[in-house]
Write a protein of this length. Structure first.
Length: 1087
């Protein structure tokens, strides 16, 4: 006997499969089953190896910046600086905790696959039926299936009766598959293996028996499970960029710290111990310790905003990755479409009709060329809809405003159509009771039912494949009469419907007598009258059509990858508006393509049909090999490997399988493709805000590092200690930077192309801004520090001044950073983000605690300051706000005078400097000091701007001409009493006067023109009803044409009544008995 893994069974006859697997139609004996269970193992998937919580927590420390901080903690501990050690370790652990908590639960895709296996199975053992746990099934067992069962293993069917199986979760096929026994080709795709029932799929109709040919890991679900385990989860673009950035930054920082250490020991003659601490302080100052926390929390804010838009993000980096997506590969069934069959077209011998409404909701009506029609005007139409309802086994239930089906989805669509035609299923079935039925089977491809009414009438209704039904008909129904069948007419209509991707059903009838109680095949072989055709399709979502258009306008290509038929896929793609919808590829063609050929055609094809899980995975890999950032959407088991491999996997939350959800980074709670466009918008906004946060926080580190380097080079004591640096970097800078996470999106964020995946985090423009602001910060901070030291202030006092100066610089610069190139001198710019104002208030409070409370003074070696000290700090730090706004103004004027160039993204109008990777060299410049930074400023802006900056820097750094006021600075000794007079006690904190509230500034007119207002289509003119107009009460059985006949003597005047009562009547075919209708005056005859 062949191994189970090799035994597929679909290409062999039933007898051959039973012989090869060592079984028969009566199944196995209990003893044989027990032996095989020992041989093959239980029918379950091998559980995956899981990372424990400790391992997941330790992974959070795998970051080069964290390694540097840990090394600094070790050094400070060896030097017995325990406070510094404790603060550094606290920062590291805090970062790890944030990442650990946000990561949440571990990957559970394989666990979800295990839950897809049916818990119980009906099996033949020793020739008798018995229920056993599905885990005990073995190859050779004969399993019994019936409607509602979940298939417990991979089965080769050996007996079928009207069997249909829902395989959408496995193959993507939108309609249940009719099963048969005949062998199929060896290379047949999964969806074409009609003699197989696969584990995890659902029986929707009929009964069957099948022999188990594969269990556990050897089933199709097990194969997908193995693929999931082998699929590599890609690092997101942001994480790759930040990893490169972190390595370069660490190398530069360590190199500069080593150079400064060597200079201090070798040139200045400082002690080894002293310079080691200085080098550690320099490394701590230059490393943006708060950046990982800012990134994590900013991404978490994006997660919350996306959740409000029904996009649930399971892994934080997926937020930013959504903003860089340039290709969306979407499954069709349930994603771009509703996975609810809908009758779209009805054809009779007299005319064709379009049906409104989607899904199983019976809200909708009939129209011709956009005009609503009355059923009374087309008697054959009502007869056709009644036939589709009676020759039908499906039932519709309204459960909490949601229509739920019981039975076959195609038949449920016919029930919904009948309700749109004002037919009540319960009443019709009671009035026309079913006497007998010939069930649908693939051998004869039709279903027929026999019905008797209460007054002696009897009919046979039949529906099925159109080519089969046409052969059984000699006549067609037209205008209430039978006439000879017009075959060319019907063949043309069938081709038209098929070209639109519709599944076509034909319906016929035959009059019989009430003595006829047994329906036989001979009764329907000939003599039938054709009533018409139904065109059924799983239609695209209306919102998906708009979302596809929005994605294409944002530079994102949408590709449809489905397991459905090629013709259906092309029809849906045309309705969605996909580009290149005519150039579709089927799975059979993908099979014969090598990877290189696929790479060459992948960008020119947007529709892929009959795709297997391997095909979807290959397509995603091919797109990624072309440098594309790929988002994959889907809801089925067959989508899971591609969802995991994609840069962003997006699963459907309502109809998606647990496997798909667990393999994805994001889940759409409303199953709405349109939510993807909103998620992309949020992703782009998150990335913009991250760049703003980086642009804000790095100058703080640059200013600190420059100040330390300047102090060492000039032979001064360090202006700030390592623990004070950590206070600035981890508390004040992070608090202020987080306010930028709440910045609203740019006005045209969805009208610009996606950013390039390889685009560096720091473009040339951002590097320039960081260096420019760092220079301002170091000049102001180190200048005030030196000035206070020259005035005789103790080192603790001068360091407290330096810390507060840096923090106040941050506050002013935060306002600048809200807009990268536009001015913030407006009401919106200064007050438009309330979180910025809250962050400023919080940081001011924290700095007061830092400066004036005892515990903080002991921890950070700070002292209390006087009011005039704050005056000097505010005066100096406000210069950054003025200088950055001048720089923005200069750059805007320079751009306006420049010749027109290509259209550039609005978030950074000067990103044209980005092609050159100048930032590693610029980072070195960042740490070299004021002179080098000023030189870059001169080269970038010209002599005039240099003069402004130098003059401003000199004015800030120059000591005041007048001596200090008579009131001595608290804690500062004069030369005469420095040795004899003890320092006075620190004064109480003086109240800081707050400025008066500014007058309301009128809102500036918007610079970006508003989008044109769409013209509202005028409502149809209502017919005026005179005060003397009559009313009428609708009686049971009344129609609008009958009421018009009684009121005006002319049934064709029904539109007058319909228009006068538009607020009451939604569908002219449905009027409720007891309803009061207004009768407008009869129109005057015009000769």
């Amino acid at each position: 006997m062949k191994s189970v893994k090799q035994e597929s069974g679909h290409a062999h006859t039933v007898e051959a499969v039973l012989q090869r697997i060592g079984s028969d139609r009566l199944g196995l004996t209990q003893s044989e089953a027990e032996q095989r269970l020992q041989q093959y193992g239980p029918n379950r998937l091998t559980p995956p190896k899981r990372r424990g919580p400790i391992e997941r927590f330790l992974v959070q420390f795998h970051n080069v910046l964290i390694y540097v901080l840990l090394a600094a903690a070790v050094v400070t501990a060896l030097l017995a600086h325990w406070v510094d050690t404790g603060v550094i370790l606290g920062v590291v652990v805090l970062n790890a905790l944030i990442g650990f908590i946000q990561e949440g639960k571990a990957e559970q895709a394989l666990e979800a696959l295990r839950h897809l296996l049916s818990p119980q199975a009906s099996v033949l053992r020793d020739g008798r039926h018995r229920m056993i746990p599905a885990e005990q099934l073995v190859p050779g067992d004969v399993v019994t299936l019936q409607s509602g069962d979940k298939v417990p293993a991979d089965l080769r069917l050996i007996r079928v009766k009207n069997l249909r199986i829902e395989e959408a979760a496995l193959t993507g096929e939108s309609m249940p598959v009719e099963k048969a026994l005949e062998p199929v080709a060896e290379n047949a795709s999964l969806g074409d293996r009609t003699n197989m029932a696969y584990s995890g799929t659902l029986v929707t109709y009929g009964t069957a028996e099948g022999v188990v040919v594969a269990t556990g890991d050897h089933t199709e679900i097990g194969r997908i499970s193995a693929m999931l385990g082998q699929v590599q989860t890609l690092t997101t673009p942001l994480l790759r960029q930040m990893a490169v950035f972190g390595r370069w930054l660490t190398a530069v920082i360590l190199g500069v710290a080593a150079a400064v250490f060597a200079f201090g020991v070798g040139v200045r003659g400082y002690s080894f111990h002293e310079m080691f601490l200085a080098a550690v302080g320099l490394a701590v100052a230059a490393i943006p310790e708060g950046l990982p926390a800012i990134m994590t929390i900013t991404l978490a804010m994006g997660v919350q905003r996306m959740a409000r838009r029904n996009a649930i993000i399971r892994r934080l980096p997926a937020v930013e990755t959504l903003g860089s997506v340039n290709v969306i590969c979407s499954d069709k069934t349930g994603t771009l479409t509703r996975n609810e069959m809908t009758v779209r077209t009805v054809i009779t011998a007299d005319a064709g009709f379009e049906i409104s409404g989607v899904g199983y909701n019976p809200h909708g009506g009939f129209s011709q060329q956009g005009q609503i029609i009355l059923m009374d005007d087309y008697p054959g139409l009502g007869e056709l809809c009644r036939a589709g309802l009676l020759c039908n086994d499906a039932i519709l239930h309204n459960v909490e405003a949601t229509w739920v089906i019981q039975g076959d989805p195609t038949e449920a669509a016919l029930v919904s159509l009948a309700m749109k035609a004002n037919l009540l299923p319960e009443w019709e079935r009671e009035e026309w009771q079913r006497v007998d039925v010939i069930p649908f089977e693939s051998e004869h491809r039709f279903m027929a039912t026999l019905h008797h009414d209460r007054v002696g009438h009897a009919f046979i209704y039949l529906k099925g494949a159109p080519e089969q039904v046409l052969e059984m008909c000699h006549h067609q129904r037209s205008r209430g009469e039978d006439e000879p069948l017009d075959l060319p007419y019907w063949h043309d209509r069938i081709l038209e419907m098929a070209s639109r991707g519709e599944r076509v059903l034909a319906v016929a009838f035959r009059v019989t007598h009430t003595d006829h109680c047994n329906l036989r095949f001979e009764d329907v072989q000939e003599g039938l009258t054709l009533l018409g055709l139904f065109g059924i399709i799983d239609p695209p979502r209306e919102e998906a059509i708009a979302a596809v258009k929005e994605c294409q306008e944002a530079g994102i290509r949408v590709k449809m990858i489905t397991g459905d038929h090629l013709l259906t896929a092309q029809a849906i793609s045309r309705q969605l508006g996909l580009k290149h919808s005519d150039q579709a590829l089927a799975g059979t063609k993908l099979e014969v393509m090598d990877d290189e050929t696929l790479r060459n055609v992948i960008l020119d094809v947007d529709v892929f049909a009959r795709a297997s899980p391997e095909h979807k995975l290959r397509l995603v890999k091919a797109l990624q090999s072309q440098g594309r950032v790929v988002a994959m959407t889907g809801d089925g088991v067959n989508d899971a490997p591609a969802l995991k491999r994609a840069d962003v996997g997006i699963a459907m939350g309502q109809k998606g399988t647990e496997v798909a959800k667990e393999a994805a980074e994001a889940v759409l709670a409303d199953d709405n493709f349109a939510s993807i466009a909103q998620a992309v918008k949020e992703g782009r906004t998150v990335y913009d805000n991250l760049k703003k946060a980086i642009l804000f926080i790095l100058p703080t580190n640059g200013g600190e590092a420059m100040a330390l380097v300047a102090a060492i080079l000039l032979g001064y004591m360090l202006p700030i200690t390592p623990v004070q640096i950590l206070w600035i970097n981890m508390v004040t800078a992070v608090t202020l930077a987080l306010a930028l996470a709440f910045e609203p999106p740019e006005g045209n964020v969805m009208r610009r192309p996606p950013r390039e995946p390889g685009e560096p985090v720091l473009s040339g423009f951002l590097v320039w801004r960081i260096v420019f602001v760092s220079v301002i910060l170091v000049v102001g901070t180190f200048g005030l520090f030196l000035w206070y030291r020259e005035q005789g202030a103790p080192i603790e006092y001068a360091r407290t001044i330096a810390v507060n100066t840096l923090v106040m610089f941050e506050i002013f610069y935060l306002l600048n950073t809200r807009y990268m190139t536009n001015s913030v001198l407006s009401r919106e710019g200064l007050l438009g983000n309330r979180y910025v104002l809250i962050a400023i208030a919080v940081v001011v409070g924290l700095q007061l605690l830092f400066t004036y409370t005892g515990p903080m003074q002991q921890l950070f070696a700070s002292v209390a300051l006087g009011l005039h000290d704050w005056g000097w700090i505010v005066l100096v730090t406000s210069s950054v706000f003025v200088l950055v706004e001048l720089e923005k103004s200069f750059l805007r004027r320079r751009k306006e005078k420049a010749p027109p160039r290509r259209v550039e993204p609005p978030v950074a109008a000067f990103e044209r400097f980005k092609p050159r990777r100048v930032w590693p060299a610029a980072l070195i410049l960042l740490l070299l000091g004021v002179g080098v930074g000023s030189w870059i400023w001169v080269q970038f802006e010209g002599e005039e701007k240099e003069a402004i900056v130098v003059a401003e820097a000199e004015r800030q750094a120059r000591p005041p001409a007048e001596p200090l006021p008579d009131t001595q600075t608290p804690g500062v000794k004069t030369p005469s009493d420095r040795e004899t007079t003890p320092a006075p006690q620190q004064p109480e904190v003086a109240a800081i006067p707050l400025p008066e509230k500014e007058k309301e500034v009128p809102e500036r007119p918007e610079m970006v023109p508003k989008p044109p207002i769409k013209e509202v289509e005028e409502e149809p003119e209502q017919i005026e009803v005179s005060p003397a107009a009559k009313t009428v009460t609708v009686q049971p059985g009344d129609t609008l044409s009958q009421i018009a006949a009684r009121a005006y003597g002319d049934p064709t005047q029904w539109p007058l009544i319909y228009e006068a009562n538009r607020g009451k009547i939604e569908n002219p075919n449905v009027i409720i008995p007891g309803m009061e209708l207004t009768l407008p005056p009869a129109p005057k005859n015009q000769d």
